[in-house]
Design a protein around this ligand. Structure first.
Ligand SMILES: Nc1nc2c(ncn2[C@@H]2O[C@H](COP(=O)(O)OP(=O)(O)OP(=O)(O)O)[C@@H](O)[C@H]2O)c(=O)[nH]1
Ligand SMILES: C=C(OP(=O)(O)O)C(=O)O
Length: 221
């Protein structure tokens, strides 16, 4: 089996997920929880590395690398120059299952580099490369097409991996992730949700009927 290193970029805690309409402290707690759930899923199948400018993220317990410059693509480019096989996985996938990531990486092992698209179908949640220097990050609006045009194999249609594709930019996205079943840290950070039983993201499931109290909250200060 291929031994993958999976780099998870993490924006500074104070500014991450600015599109989530939540008060800053609650947003930061949610960002951290999602990151914890993603890292738990990654650690089950690969070696995780957090790439960030924020020393706070050392508290997550995974190895941390400093990003070379601000921005997701600069952070991802650090992974691109690391030893392959290497992947970049966004950190806002609270419904990620370890088995989904394992399936994606298994498919990716047959390609120089590959992508998985986000739930909307326009963005990218995973880039993975088996050959040195192949991974060319071009995250941002409509990144799926850019990554494909640059030569990445598009694995999306060959996978059933809703948690791997369910990135969270808005509260509506969070609602969709909750419907899939989020990991235990996210379940705990979101007060409307019951804390998940032990067993990590793969074992947790949050029933859709608990979604009632989830409301858009105006951002403050
Ligand atoms: N290291 C690093 N990671 C980043 C940076 N910007 C975004 N990321 C990470 O990239 C992944 C996807 O990011 P986005 O969905 O754009 O999240 P975001 O920038 O926090 O969201 P908004 O502030 O709402 O635009 C998440 O894991 C982010 O933490 C950055 O400047 N540096
Ligand atoms: C960074 C991306 O998207 P978003 O910021 O919308 O999550 C992307 O899909 O390349």
């Amino acid at each position: 089996m291929t031994a993958w290193t999976v780099w998870v970029p993490a924006k500074p805690r104070a500014t991450a997920k600015s599109r989530l309409a939540l008060p800053p402290a609650r947003r930061a707690a949610l960002v951290e929880a999602m990151l914890r759930d993603v890292l738990a899923a990654v650690a089950a199948v690969a070696r995780p590395v957090v790439v960030t400018a924020d020393p706070y993220w050392r508290c997550l317990g995974a190895p941390v690398r400093a990003e070379p410059a601000p921005g997701l693509n600069a952070a991802a480019s650090a992974a691109a120059s690391a030893d392959s096989p290497v992947a970049v996985l966004v950190g806002d996938l609270p419904a990620l299952r370890a088995a989904e990531l394992a399936s994606a990486l298994e498919l990716a092992a047959a390609h120089p580099w590959a992508l998985v698209a986000d739930a909307a179908g326009h963005g990218t949640t995973l880039l993975a490369a088996t050959a040195p220097g192949c991974l060319r990050p071009a995250f941002g609006a409509r990144s799926r097409l850019r990554h494909r045009a640059a030569g990445a194999a598009d694995l999306t249609a060959r996978l059933s991996a809703p948690g791997l594709r369910r990135d969270v930019d808005t509260l509506a996205d969070l609602r969709a992730a909750v419907a899939l079943g989020v990991g235990p840290a996210t379940a705990q950070a979101w007060p409307d949700a019951p804390a998940a039983a032990s067993g990590g993201a793969a074992a947790s499931a949050m029933p859709a009927e608990r979604l009632g109290p989830l409301r858009d909250v105006p951002a403050s200060g």
